[in-house]
Design a protein around this ligand. Structure first.
Ligand SMILES: Cc1cc2nc3c(=O)[nH]c(=O)nc-3n(C[C@H](O)[C@H](O)[C@H](O)COP(=O)(O)O)c2cc1C
Length: 258
């Protein structure tokens, strides 16, 4: 089993230490091959907003940077762990820059069947940042099974530190087990609505921006009910069709090419 950690701190500090603890825990399991990407060591440059990745494909990005190298590692890994310190109650600029460069995955997600864990380090109040990272990797296709915020370990009193480390181990073990069992999550109504919305979008924008439609068609999603085989009841399908047609008539009122 391959696990890739992607770490967004500009230094080898607290997040790096947490990454090492996660690595040690995972490597106690015999079948784990652990790899890591410290974003500070990769050349990503800055997105110039050309939209080529979104309107064409990721590899059309003119930056000629290390993004594809990191994506190759993501493709090889069965699970990823995103780790970022809180900066102004959000991910670091390094992590956000990386996430922005994968924005095209919202249009054309591809990491289904893979698992993810998200980790934030900082003082306290991790929820917004963890939710952001969770939502992001979920939109890339990952099943996010675990998330945890870790306050400054060295400043914690003994009992809180012990509890925090125990919780971290628990989350890492659960993440490992979820990769091992390989089960796909059963989508809720919102997930299926999301699928229908992006499908509708790729059909409506077929002429103006064909990349999405071509990808969705090639994946068999244009005639499908979800990204992967799952049961969706008839009443849900009917309700979704109704919501979908309301959504597209709303968009048509706003946009010329829709
Ligand atoms: C520029 C900057 C902004 C920060 N903003 C926050 C913040 O909003 N909330 C918080 O809890 N900690 C904040 N911190 C503290 C870091 O999140 C915390 O020290 C983190 O564990 C550092 O991780 P690192 O050692 O891996 O870089 C900030 C630190 C820096 C340098």
């Amino acid at each position: 089993m391959k696990v890739l950690a992607i770490m967004g701190s500009p230094r080898k500090g607290e997040s790096y230490k947490i990454m090492q603890l996660i690595q040690e825990r995972l490597q106690q399991k015999e079948d784990v091959v652990f790899d890591s990407v410290l974003l500070r060591d990769y050349n990503l440059g800055q997105c110039t907003g050309c939209h080529l990745c979104i309107f064409k494909e990721g590899h059309k990005c003119p930056l000629n940077n290390d993004r594809e190298l990191i994506e190759m590692k993501m493709k090889e890994a069965d699970g990823i762990i995103l780790i970022s310190p809180l900066y102004s109650q959000h991910v670091t600029a390094l992590m956000k820059n990386f996430i922005d460069q994968l924005s095209y995955l919202w249009h054309r997600p591809r990491y289904f069947g893979k698992k993810a864990m998200v980790v934030a380090t900082g003082g306290a109040m991790f929820k917004v940042t963890l939710n952001f990272m969770e939502e992001t990797v979920k939109r890339w296709g990952y099943h996010v099974t675990n998330k945890i915020g870790i306050p400054h370990l060295d400043a914690l009193n003994d009992s809180f530190k012990e509890k925090t480390l125990a919780k971290l181990n628990q989350e890492v073990d659960a993440f490992y087990t979820s990769i091992k069992n390989g089960k796909q999550p059963v989508p809720n109504f919102g997930d299926v609505m999301w699928f229908e919305m992006w499908k509708g979008n790729s059909i409506a924008m077929k002429k103006a921006h064909p990349a999405d439609y071509e990808y969705w068609n090639q994946m068999g999603w244009i005639d499908g009910s979800y990204y992967y085989p799952t049961h969706i009841s008839l009443w849900k399908k009917l309700l979704l069709r109704l919501i979908g047609s309301m959504g597209s008539s709303y968009m048509k009122k706003m946009y010329k090419d829709y």
